[in-house]
Design a protein around this ligand. Structure first.
Ligand SMILES: NC(=O)c1ccc[n+]([C@@H]2O[C@H](COP(=O)([O-])OP(=O)(O)OC[C@H]3O[C@@H](n4cnc5c(N)ncnc54)[C@H](O)[C@@H]3O)[C@@H](O)[C@H]2O)c1
Length: 285
């Protein structure tokens, strides 16, 4: 399986980061957003991000131009036909993802790998929407994708050895450290991380400490680079709630039952950095 052309579907926090990583690794990237304006805006923000790296001396200008030459933004899913690997990174909702896999299976050439960047959802259910379940796996990047070294390669019960090997090789070419994990909700990182994040919201809600002190405690006491409430704002509270719901649905463990405050904040559309308000306020002062 030779991967040259990579499709990325979804223009949120993760889709744009994955496109940057794959473009920098030398892959031809087709980035698909439902609206051409959003797709173009992502390329503009990629240009900005690469520009900052040039200014800091981390990337040379020729390389920046080469990366931009390799990334193309489209709105038509049909443009993904000739991809060798498509990674979907749309909203964390199983029905929406299943529908997309069904469409991708009809559009993307035979033999291509269809991958999901889901944080928790069952990969096998997406695989079974296609006529090529052996070619479907999870390729789970972390946020922000250009900086975080880990990629979880999620092997569904239907995934072939060749597909898992090709996905692992792709992650390595992207300069990442892949780990292989079974298709079980939360995989490794989120299964361990989310009870902790969820319990931080419960502590805040119980008035045990302020948001600043909860975050300061975990940074200062455990040497974590970010506090749990800051991290939830980065991940997105809507995505975090979906992750907890998928974990709870799988294990029925009360540690995964979403904190009521988290649910209320999502209802109020306080999604974190992406809406400029979550546990903290990110509006420009
Ligand atoms: N945020 C994180 O920290 C993180 C980390 C790793 C993986 N993920 C996973 O990546 C995926 C995307 O998350 P994100 O944080 O980028 O979310 P996001 O909210 O930033 O972006 C979601 C994108 O999905 C698009 N979308 C919504 N409904 C759609 C539909 N019906 N069809 C096509 N596109 C649709 C939205 O327009 C948006 O561009 C999710 O599966 C999430 O679990 C997120």
């Amino acid at each position: 399986m030779t991967i040259k052309r990579v499709g990325v579907v979804g223009s949120g926090i993760m889709g744009s980061g994955i496109a940057e990583v794959a473009g920098k690794a030398g892959f031809e990237v087709i980035l698909r957003s439902r609206a051409q304006a959003t797709a173009d805006a992502m390329v503009a923000s990629l240009e900005k991000s690469l520009g900052r790296q040039v200014d800091k001396g981390k990337l040379d200008a020729t390389e920046r131009d080469a990366v931009l030459g390799r990334v193309r933004a489209v709105s038509d899913l049909g443009e993904l036909t000739e991809c060798d690997l498509v990674i979907e990174s749309i909203v964390e909702d199983l029905a929406t993802k299943k529908h997309l896999f069904n469409e991708l299976d009809r559009i993307v050439q035979d033999g291509a790998i269809l991958a999901t960047n889901t944080s928790t959802l069952p990969v096998v259910e997406m695989a079974m929407e296609t006529g090529r379940p052996q070619l479907v796996c999870g390729v789970h990047f972390f946020n922000p994708a250009p900086m975080m070294p880990l990629v979880e390669i999620v092997r569904a019960i239907t995934t072939s050895d060749e597909t898992a090997d090709a996905a692992r090789a792709f992650a390595e070419t992207c300069g990442k450290t892949p780990v292989l994990v079974k298709d079980q909700a939360g995989f490794i990182v989120n299964a361990l991380l989310f009870p902790y994040l969820n319990n931080a919201v419960k502590l805040l809600d119980a008035g045990v400490a302020t948001r600043e002190d909860i975050d300061a405690a975990m940074k200062g006491g455990c040497n974590f680079p970010m506090g749990p409430l800051e991290l939830l704002d980065l991940v997105g509270l809507d995505t975090s709630l979906s992750i907890l719901e998928a974990l709870y649905a799988e294990f029925k463990d009360p540690n995964y039952a979403a904190a009521p405050l988290l649910r209320r904040m999502v209802s109020a559309e306080l999604f974190g950095r992406k809406t400029s308000r979550g546990f903290y306020d990110y509006h420009k002062k």
